[in-house]
Design a protein around this ligand. Sequence first.
Ligand code: GDP
Length: 428
Amino acid sequence: MVKAVVGANWGDEGKGKITDTLAAGADIVVRFQGGANAGHTIVNSYGKFALHTLPSGVFYDHVTSVIGNGVALNIPVLAKEIESITEQGVPMPSIKVSDRAQMVMPYHILFDAYEEERLGGRSFGSTKSGIAPFYSDKYAKTGFQVCELYDEAALKDKLQRITEVKNILLEHLYHKPLLDPDALFTELMLWRDMITPFVCDTSAFLSEAIAEGKTILLEGQLGSMKDPDHGIYPMVTSSSTLAGYGAVGAGIPPYEIRQIVTVTKAYSSAVGAGAFVSELFGEEADELRRRGGDGGEYGATTGRPRRVGWYDCVASRYGCRIQGTTDVAFTVLDVLGYLDEIKVCVGYEIDGEITTEFPTTARLERAKPVYETLPGWKCDIRGIRSYEELPEKCRAYIEFIEEKIGYPVTIISNGPGRDDIIFRESKA
Ligand code: GDP
């Protein structure tokens, strides 16, 4: 049984927490896209962790963590992450890295920073983790797969050819120091030592696991709005954030994905540039940002303050639809307990017309939110473990949104911890 845990919105919906909770009943957790550019924050009995590359199952002895072929693999970051969790008392996890995963090269990170610098005020708000240059090279067929580390002569030759082209850009466009292919080769040999214990054919491993009836979780990074095809292009990430891509990025048959848990937060947040229709500003935003998530809405990777806003049913309905949602996980609901009234964006007004369909980017830039206001429940709901025990106004808020987005909310998260979770019956 394969399940995907993916985001409906702009990322930071709490996928890490949901994956960590669901991983209790899983055998394998797979990362299938993205890189170390975003992070999941997980709170459990070992402490609080920000994971960037490791799947959110690493805290369980019984879970094998897989980094699939679709991931942008930053080997030193992965090595550091493994070291940091084991230093904090987490037992050494079982990790498998696809031999077809491609590596984020040192120059990808440089090019990311140089390009943002060149763009100045027109920049994409990149986390400068090298993700866009990495995926550009992957699809331009000039990337490096992990398996290439094991053919030294071919690797040296390819480094020579690729640095030649990169150096033209470095010299003439960016006016920066040039790359030395020999130094890169030496660095890659160090990376090879770091990654070798984990490398295997993960697609074959997963295929066997499926045949044995194992439970596999595919863990998405970011959310629907950041998908390069269906999101708010060009303010998107460079790999598909959709459950459908889980099949490609993990190397499994698409029809094996039986449950798609789409995570959406009880209010909105986003990092980086791009249209954000229900965004809040000023005092109201500051208060929500301060109270939000677990210790405030600040980026897990960058520490940047996140933009925050009211729940957006238009974006979420669309976000759930393109994921192919079977179940919605509604998270961070406890945070809203301080509000007397809660606004919900139920439509967009674009050029004088109201729509509930999520528009393409140019029209989205002109959209103004249409709000409905619901009463707040004005109490702390952490610690509640059954749906019926939630305050009536809180249930009304959930059911209102459920109706507007059109997908069943079967998981409710009312705190950052593993046990802060309420399940409703799933039809998947
Ligand atoms: P992800 O990238 O989708 O995994 O999301 P992040 O980890 O970046 O952001 C979610 C933040 O919300 C983290 O700080 C979590 O610890 C926290 N969180 C997750 N679920 C809940 C919840 O139900 N309540 C509260 N208060 N915090 C939560």
